[in-house]
Every structure is written in structure tokens, then in C-alpha cells.
Write a protein that binds this ligand. Structure first.
Ligand SMILES: NC(=O)c1ccc[n+]([C@@H]2O[C@H](COP(=O)([O-])OP(=O)(O)OC[C@H]3O[C@@H](n4cnc5c(N)ncnc54)[C@H](O)[C@@H]3O)[C@@H](O)[C@H]2O)c1
Length: 270
């Protein structure tokens, strides 16, 4: 169902590791909708993932960048403009990692060096991307920047530990830069708060499968899949969403507005 929604638009898509990644689906949909874009990921992900396959499929160039490095992001934005032949119309930040979650640390036992790493990779990188884009004047007027978030920014999910704090910072940065870039360039900045999704990052969280099923039963529409999230990103990159900015947009099948569902009550009674 391609509608040429992104015809003529140039973008940067981060975070596609393998075909489960949300960013992988976004890249495929953006390609179908007529966009040209560069793909980026941390240098280590080049070896672990399948990004080359995606680049081939979508005719995209890969520009490796550790999103915590301003210098590497400078290279990403300047090279992307060179390769794509002009300013950037859309940016996807689809990056998250917590060493504390990886090592199973509880919220009361966080390693603070790792905590800083979680914040740097998962949240400050969003600030750094927009900092670099602004300094290079790399974004087109009426451009769109999207970051991916999770409802643990608003409500406590014990197993999400320091990623919850990182997501709260990420969403705040969307407001800070949304104001700034809106004033200067009419660029909009939003976060999408996505359902639990079966990806490498998602599955790293303790009890993910049970939690995935719980959210699915709580949501009147069921969990939103990665492909659904990609469609929402395409809408936010397209001209159809020009006046939406500084928002955290729930994309969760109704989960965030449901107190309890009949399925969960039934299960509790068993
Ligand atoms: N999977 C879920 O349940 C879920 C739910 C809501 C939000 N999200 C968010 O969606 C985004 C994408 O995650 P995903 O679920 O597609 O998993 P994923 O593991 O496929 O993607 C995470 C990406 O972050 C990249 N990354 C890690 N460190 C980096 C660094 N220093 N520099 C550049 N890139 C780096 C990884 O290489 C990977 O490609 C994340 O922000 C995640 O928190 C995921």
C-alpha cells in the first residue's frame, strides 16, 4: 500500500540491526513510500547485524556512527547530505541500550557508570543528533524528527530499571528541541511510545514474553507490531503531520488508556 507519501524526501534512519528491529520496518516502508535515506548504526552492530542486506534492498548507503559521539554524528549528518544531495527531511532515532538491564541489575542496585551509559546511548544521543543537525543547518524546513519511547517513562515497570529514566529524558528532549527547531526551522520533534515489540532490545528485558502477553491482553486492539509502528513513523515523516510537534504519542493498541481488561480479570480468577 505505497502512496508516495515520502516522494522526494531525504532521511537518516538509525537502529536497524536485523529484520526484527523497528527501524528495519521503517526503512522498508520509507523506501516503498519513495524516500531516499542513509542507514546508520554503531560500528559494532555492523558486524553483528544484517544491515548490509537492508542497505542493498533499499538502495541505501550505510554510515556507521556511535550515537554517543558528537564527532561521529557530525560525519553522519555531513556525509548523509552529500550522499543524498541536500538537506535532511526526516530523522529516526531508534536507539536503546542499558548495561544494567543486560546484567540483570535491579533498580536499587544500579551500577552508576552503566546508568550513565544507558542515559548517553538511549537519551543524550537524541540531543546530540539534533545538536549536530542544528549546528550544520542540516534539516529542511518542515522536517520531522522521531524518537522511540516506552510508557515506563510515565509509569513504573520494575524490570525496565534505568531505561525508564532514559525514556523520560528522551521525551523531555523531544519537547526541548521541538520548541527550538520549531521556532527556527518549522521542524517538528516527537516521540512514539510503542507497545512491547519482539526485537533484540525488547527481548533483553527480564520477563519480556509474559509481559508482552499481558500488554496484548490489556490492549483492546492488541499490541502494535513493528510494522504498525513503521506506518506511524511514515505518517509522522510525511506532510500529513506538519502541525504535530513536542508530543509523546502512544502507539499501543489502547493499552495506555485501559484500566483493566476482561481477559486479565478472567486470568486473575483462575
Ligand atoms: N522492543 C520494544 O519492546 C520497544 C518498545 C518501545 C520502545 N522501544 C524502543 O525502540 C527503539 C529501537 O529498539 P528495537 O526494539 O527496534 O530493538 P533493536 O535492538 O533492534 O534496536 C536497538 C538499536 O540500537 C542500536 N544501538 C545501541 N547502541 C548504539 C550506539 N551507541 N550508537 C548507535 N546505535 C546504537 C543497536 O545497534 C540496535 O540497532 C529503542 O529506542 C527501544 O527502546 C522498543
Amino acid at each position: 500500500m505505497a502512496n508516495n507519501l515520502l516522494a522526494g524526501k531525504r532521511g537518516i534512519i538509525s537502529g536497524a540491526l536485523d529484520e526484527n528491529s523497528i527501524a528495519w520496518h521503517v526503512a522498508q516502508r520509507a523506501h516503498e513510500e519513495g524516500a531516499t535515506f542513509t542507514l546508520t548504526n554503531a560500528p559494532i552492530a555492523m558486524r553483528m547485524g544484517k544491515i548490509n542486506e537492508l542497505a542493498e534492498k533499499t538502495g541505501s548507503e550505510i554510515i556507521p556512527a556511535d550515537a554517543t559521539s558528537v564527532e561521529e554524528l557530525e560525519n553522519l549528518f555531513s556525509k548523509s547530505q552529500e550522499v543524498l544531495g541536500g538537506k535532511i527531511d526526516f530523522v529516526l532515532h531508534s536507539i536503546g541500550m542499558s548495561p544494567n538491564i543486560r546484567k540483570g541489575r535491579s533498580y536499587g542496585e544500579l551500577n552508576y557508570d552503566w546508568f550513565q551509559k544507558s542515559l548517553d546511548v538511549s537519551a543524550l544521543s537524541f540531543h546530540k543528533m539534533m545538536h549536530v543537525a542544528e549546528k550544520q543547518d542540516a534539516l529542511s524546513e518542515w522536517g520531522s524528527v522521531v524518537g522511540l519511547s516506552y510508557i515506563a517513562a510515565q509509569r513504573t515497570y520494575p524490570f525496565y530499571t534505568d531505561m525508564a529514566d532514559a525514556k523520560a529524558v528522551l521525551e523531555s528532549i523531544a519537547r526541548g528541541y521541538g520548541y527550538r527547531l520549531g521556532k527556527s526551522k518549522k521542524v517538528r520533534v516527537n516521540t512514539i511510545s510503542q507497545s512491547p515489540t519482539k526485537t533484540t532490545a525488547g527481548s533483553g528485558i527480564g520477563g519480556f514474553d509474559s509481559f508482552f502477553d499481558f500488554a496484548d491482553k490489556m490492549s483492546p486492539l492488541g499490541n502494535a507490531l513493528a510494522g504498525d509502528c513503521a506506518n506511524y513513523c511514515i505518517f509522522l515523516f510525511s506532510d500529513l503531520s506538519r502541525m504535530i510537534t513536542m508530543q509523546n504519542l502512544y502507539h499501543d493498541g489502547g493499552y495506555s488508556m485501559t484500566g483493566i481488561s476482561e481477559e486479565i480479570i478472567e486470568q486473575m480468577g483462575k
